[in-house]
Design a protein around this ligand. Structure first.
Ligand code: GDD
Ligand code: MG
Length: 355
């Protein structure tokens, strides 16, 4: 049986002031499609995963957001984390939960904050991936052809030799490097041997549990020892204690960089992390002056190459700006040069301290 684990506990501070701790990116409809990112992630696997086989792992803070945005989920399908420990403990929790009901499962682990344009192509790749991992003890990821030396992604180097006759976009992975510095990222891109990690992993449950044991032994054992407590009244105290003792580490650093049995399906399904204002700018239609406008009441004079994101009940009049992000929500207005958006994380911290 196929299971889908949606990881939805991140904070996503780069979209501030739209995203904030109380409502991170996965719960927003940044593109204005009518659906939030997590709703899109959920619908994406509907034809592949039965409704009862979804698990959403999120911070306890977001329980109500998940319930409102995904009303089909039963309470027991929402796994609540008491603390932020990044994605490896999130995976260990979900995998052990699934092991109780279906040890022979195949699992898809997906982020909750991505945009995918070509849904049909995406589903085709997921189906191929599931078929592959049910025959081979592999950790499979979906790889994207890179187009810029982005430092926020994982980079996958492939072995060029074709090992698999029936899937011509499937490669054995030679190296996996999570978030390289810019210099390395440039070298990777120029070599032509690298793909971006999309952050979507597919594997059999048993292979995933073995990989956790092998590479993150401490975390794996904590969850395995307490597995019998899951689905009982002791689950919550057990999880609270375990999380407080767990190292915070991502699947990428903790497993993918170390494992030997990593494979990648390379594909073009119009993937975008949309992790930043700039990536949003690139993905949206612009007016003749190159402005992306997400507001009902705005008047622009002599203004170009800006993103203007203003809430509905406000009126904005802007004159003489070129290349700025102008974003307003609730009590906050931010005006920041597009090329300096790396600083937004710092703004968020500083504002928190001020308040
Ligand atoms: N449950 C839970 N708990 N989910 C979490 C946590 C946590 O503590 N931290 C992050 N997540 C969720 C996020 O909400 C997101 O959906 C997903 O896990 C990935 O986390 P990010 O924090 O967005 O990771 P990243 O973007 O820096 O890097 C990952 O994604 C890139 C592609 O977007 C890596 O997998 C990279 O290798 C990859 O290139
Ligand atoms: Mg991300």
């Amino acid at each position: 049986n196929n299971f889908c684990v949606i990881m939805a506990g991140g904070v996503g501070s780069r979209f501030w002031p739209l995203s904030r701790t109380a409502r991170p990116k996965q719960f927003l409809d940044i593109l204005g499609t009518g659906k939030t990112f997590i709703q899109q992630a959920y619908e994406r696997f509907q034809e592949i995963v039965p409704k009862e086989n979804y698990l959403v792992v999120t911070n306890a803070l977001y329980k109500d957001l998940v319930k409102t945005q995904l009303p089909e989920l039963k309470d027991e399908q929402i796994l609540l984390e008491p603390l932020r420990r990044n994605t490896a403990p999130c995976l260990a929790y979900a995998a052990n939960k699934i092991a109780l009901t279906d040890p022979d499962a195949n699992i898809i682990i997906t982020p909750s904050d991505h945009f995918i344009l070509k849904e049909e192509e995406f589903k085709k790749q997921i189906r191929n991936g599931l078929e592959f991992v049910s025959e081979k003890p592999a950790l499979l990821t979906l790889g994207i052809k890179p187009c810029r030396p982005e430092t926020g992604y994982g980079y996958i180097q492939v072995k060029r030799k074709k090992e698999f006759k029936d899937l011509d976009n499937l490669y054995k992975v030679k190296t996996f490097t999570e978030k390289p510095n810019e210099e390395m990222a440039k070298i990777f891109i120029e070599s032509g041997e690298f793909y971006w990690n999309s952050g979507i992993f597919i594997s059999s449950l048993s292979t995933m549990l073995e990989s956790l044991q092998q590479h993150l032994t401490e975390i794996a054992l904590k969850f395995e020892h307490g597995r019998k407590l899951l689905n009982t009244a002791s689950e919550e105290p057990f999880i609270r204690k375990t999380y407080s003792e767990c190292q915070a580490i991502s699947i990428d650093y903790g497993i993918m960089e170390k494992a030997k049995n990593v494979y990648v399906l390379t594909a073009d399904f119009g993937w975008s992390d949309l992790g930043t204002w700039s990536s949003l700018y690139e993905n949206k239609e612009k007016d003749v002056q190159g402005n992306v406008i997400r507001a009902d009441n705005v008047m622009l004079y002599d203004t170009e190459n800006c993103i203007v994101d203003i809430s509905k009940n406000k009126m904005a009049v802007i004159q003489g700006l070129d290349g700025f992000i102008i974003a307003e929500r609730n009590d906050t207005l931010m005006i920041c040069r597009r090329e300096d958006e790396d600083q937004i994380k710092k703004f968020v911290t500083d504002v928190r301290i001020q308040k």
